[in-house]
Design a protein around this ligand. Structure first.
Ligand SMILES: Nc1ncnc2c1ncn2[C@@H]1O[C@H](COP(=O)(O)OP(=O)(O)OP(=O)(O)O)[C@@H](O)[C@H]1O
Ligand SMILES: [Mg+2]
Length: 279
């Protein structure tokens, strides 16, 4: 998939976040659930990967690779699936889910199954992005709320996948410390920033992330690096990575917070036949 097409899909997902208005869908659909450390997202796509519904709830139910609030996670997933089902007039019985490399896939599987649906597929996060973009030789770098993960793809195969516990959370901590703000206020300040001022404070953290990615990549020489994860939406983030990785083409998609969930949903099968619901 080319970047212009991908960016259109991501913009479209962003425009429908938590939109419950009715948009009846007939035909096949695919559902992906991303349990992250900062938020839980459920995306529903049509067979051509066009977003039909997108739900995002900020939630700290996963930390350091474990679900610290199991019931909270199940409740959020169940509610997102119900809302998507109501919006589209579909019954969702299967979904794909994911896990960060090096963590236990059963965490996500258990939560999704507890929400009452079958797991169609469970896939590691960078591989889902590599698959969606049909990458042959590249790196996928996923920087979310809690982690920086790198996958190296060579000749279409993921040959290396590593993860370190530094993410957007640490940028918020740096901002809170610098401005003497409560964590939640610093988090909002970070997400709302369109001036680039946040980067002045965040730069050392972003440079640390780049150092982690450099270590992950090691001796590999990917010609391109695709950024994903909400942290990469920070204004100026991609520029720092481009400077740090001169010689590698650094690509930041539009709305990177939705890329991993979109890629997960794209991997779900389309067998979940649509059934019109008697309302
Ligand atoms: N516009 C923005 N600018 C900067 N940071 C942002 C922006 N939007 C979201 N974020 C940050 O992105 C992070 C969430 O991204 P994402 O949903 O990819 O993480 P996650 O999947 O929950 O976490 P992880 O992958 O580490 O488990 C949060 O730290 C949030 O503050
Ligand atoms: Mg994530």
């Amino acid at each position: 998939m080319d970047m212009a097409t991908l960016n259109r899909l991501l913009e479209s997902a962003a425009a429908m976040v938590n939109d419950d208005s009715t948009a009846r869908h007939k035909g096949a659909f695919k559902v992906g659930i991303d349990l992250g450390t900062a938020d839980i997202q459920t995306l529903v796509l049509d067979a051509a990967n066009k977003p039909l519904a997108c739900y995002l709830q900020w939630a700290s139910v996963v930390r350091d690779g474990v679900v610290v609030d199991y019931h909270g996670a199940c409740d959020i997933v169940r509610r997102q699936l119900q809302r998507a089902g109501r919006r589209l007039g579909i019954d969702i019985s299967r979904a794909a889910t994911s896990f960060p490399p090096g963590t236990d896939p059963r965490i996500s599987i258990n939560v999704v199954e507890a929400a009452g649906i079958d797991v169609a597929e469970v896939i590691d996060e960078p591989s889902s992005v590599a698959g969606l973009l049909q990458l042959r030789d590249a790196a996928v770098v996923d920087i979310g709320g809690g982690t920086t993960g790198t996958a190296v793809i060579e000749r279409g195969r993921v040959v290396k996948s590593l993860d370190d516990p530094t993410g957007g959370h640490h940028i918020t901590l740096a901002l809170a410390g610098h401005h003497q703000l409560p964590y939640d206020k610093a988090e909002l300040l970070k997400r709302m920033d369109d001036s680039g001022d946040v980067l002045a404070v965040a730069r050392p953290v972003v440079e640390k992330m780049a150092a982690l990615v450099r270590r992950h990549i090691g001796d590999h020489r990917p010609p391109a690096m695709y950024l994903t994860g909400g942290c990469c939406a920070l204004r100026g983030f991609g520029d720092i990575f481009a400077t740090e990785f001169a010689g590698i083409e650094v690509i930041t998609p539009a709305r990177p917070i939705h890329l991993t969930p979109l890629a997960i949903a794209a991997r779900a099968d389309t067998a979940g036949r649509q059934q019109l619901r008697a309302v």
